[in-house]
Design a protein around this ligand. Structure first.
Ligand code: ADP
Ligand code: MG
Length: 306
């Protein structure tokens, strides 16, 4: 089937609204920004064999490529609005595209983001890029650079599940809550917006808690001390792996798409689903402690599947 039919059948959905003046189908999309807002633009590419194993279901890939972008939108405290999709296909048939589109629109519908355009090509491998535009009220975006000594370091939800899930996928396990957390991450959009007037700095956890916290601190010109015993880990993770392995996933495994942020503790009192794990300090770097003793953590978050 040709590219035109593929787009018409699977990606062109009626998206017209006062804000989406022209969506899929013309040479370009026309979008009406909300008055008093600034745009937040994010983009992420998934390469088969690098960012996901080749045997992952198309629906999960479609879901995931939207979710990982929405996580960046969440980390900025923004509202997602529109997205475009660049799809390079290689060995995939039409049913793959159908399943991929179902997962993609599933994630989009959950977070009110509208697909307004894209590009479809054939290449030597499968490469999927999604670009999302979000909005914030002028001047209210959360940056990585605002953490101050004395702030409390928080993380949302629990960490380590997705990396553990990826390990299970490699072992051939498919139906497990840990695997689901890798395949269908939940971007923390509502939390990001709740933090926008309260947190000093935020980042989403894509490479690993320590690696991403370190990036936020470098941007802020500060350091932090973390208490490993306070890091939130799920019952599912602790049931499946011993405490050392679970802790390693939680500290250095990526793909959780939780938010890590720095805020004065009283500014975020009353927000559910967040855990204080440490304190921002003067200086630089992340010091991890367990029961007072300093622990060495390999903060390399860079991983390959091939
Ligand atoms: P052009 O040649 O002008 O770039 P295309 O033929 O590539 O246009 O695309 C036709 C229309 O379909 C455009 O509106 C484009 O944004 C949209 N489109 C192409 N591929 C996709 C896709 N994978 N998802 C959503 N929209 C797409
Ligand atoms: Mg054109």
């Amino acid at each position: 089937m040709d590219e035109f039919d593929l787009i018409r059948r699977y990606f062109a959905r009626d998206a017209h609204s006062p804000d989406t003046v022209v969506g899929v189908g013309d040479d370009g999309a026309i979008l009406q920004p909300s008055p008093g807002t600034q745009q937040v633009q994010v983009i992420d590419t998934l390469v088969e064999g690098v960012h996901f194993p080749a045997n992952v279901d198309a629906g999960d890939i479609g879901y995931r490529v939207v979710a990982v972008n929405l996580s960046d939108i969440a980390a900025m405290g923004a509202r997602p609005r529109w997205m475009t999709l660049a799809l390079t296909l290689w060995d995939k048939d039409e049913s793959w595209v159908e399943d991929f589109a179902a997962g993609l629109f599933d994630a989009a519908a959950q977070h009110n983001v509208v697909l307004v355009g894209g590009d479809t090509t054939q290449g030597d491998g499968v490469v999927i890029t999604v670009h999302v535009t979000g909005e914030v009220d002028e001047g209210t975006a959360i940056l990585r650079s605002g953490a101050k000594p004395g702030d409390t370091v928080f993380v949302s939800g629990s960490v380590g599940d997705a990396a553990a899930g990826l390990e299970l996928i490699r072992e051939g396990v498919s139906d497990d809550v840990l695997v689901q957390r890798f395949l269908r991450p939940m971007p923390r959009i509502a939390l990001g917006q709740a933090l926008s007037a309260r947190a000093h700095a935020a980042i989403d956890v894509s490479d690993g808690l320590i690696a991403d916290l370190a990036k936020m601190l470098i941007a802020s010109g500060a350091g932090a001390e973390i208490e490993i015993g306070k890091i939130p880990m799920s019952d599912a993770l602790l049931a499946r792996f011993d405490r050392d392995s679970a802790t390693r996933f939680a500290l250095t495994g990526g793909d959780d798409y939780e938010l890590c942020f720095a805020a004065p503790a009283d500014a975020v009192a009353g927000i559910d689903g967040i855990t204080a794990i440490g304190t921002v300090t003067e200086g630089s770097g992340v010091i991890c402690r367990r029961d007072g003793d300093v622990v060495d953590v390999d903060d390399s978050g860079y991983r390959h599947f091939t």
